[in-house]
Design a protein around this ligand. Structure first.
Ligand code: CU
Length: 169
């Protein structure tokens, strides 16, 4: 998180953009179905509180159940777990920690239609950035130098004009 902020020429913009909630379509173009490795899909992604998961699937053949870790591992959801069945389910990640999802259709979970994500707190990001914020802001403050230069040119032109007038007097 922090390391991705430093290489940017203008740190304040990319860093603050990273804090914006992201919307992930599970499985990307493939969506939520069989024959997609969701462990691979999660790999390299970072999830934060406020981000959203979208499960897109054919509701005739799949669903989404938010389960416990034990249920996830056993591919055995209990009846009282929330089942999402619209085919376009949007889940907002509202708390830190692990989320576990699986498809409740017979054998789909054991065939790999299961997903777990680790959700991190947003506050982890701004804390270290706060220490690095003042220098970028200082450099940002210098950016309107073109404006200063512009008025400076105008000023010197006026001075030159006055001096020129003085020569003719
Ligand atoms: Cu399924």
């Amino acid at each position: 998180m922090l390391s991705s902020c430093f290489p940017w020429p203008l740190p304040p913009l990319p860093c603050s953009m990273e804090l914006l909630p992201k919307r992930y379509t599970v499985g990307d173009d493939k969506g939520w179905r069989l024959e997609v490795n969701y462990t691979d899909w999660v790999h390299g992604k970072e999830f934060f509180v406020g981000d959203t998961l979208v499960f897109k699937y054919n509701a005739q053949y799949h669903n989404v159940i938010n389960v416990t870790e034990a249920e996830y591992k056993a591919c055995s959801p209990s009846q009282n777990e929330t089942r999402l069945t619209t085919g376009n389910d949007v889940i907002k990640l509202v708390s830190t920690g692990n989320y576990w999802f699986l498809c409740g259709f017979p054998t789909h979970c054991t065939q790999g239609q299961k997903l777990t994500v680790l959700v991190q707190a947003q506050t982890q990001a701004p804390a270290p950035e706060a220490a690095t914020t003042p220098p970028p802001e200082a450099s940002m403050a210098k950016l309107p130098a073109t404006l200063i230069g512009g008025s400076g040119i105008t000023f010197s032109a006026v001075v030159f004009g006055i001096a020129a007038i003085g020569l003719f007097l």
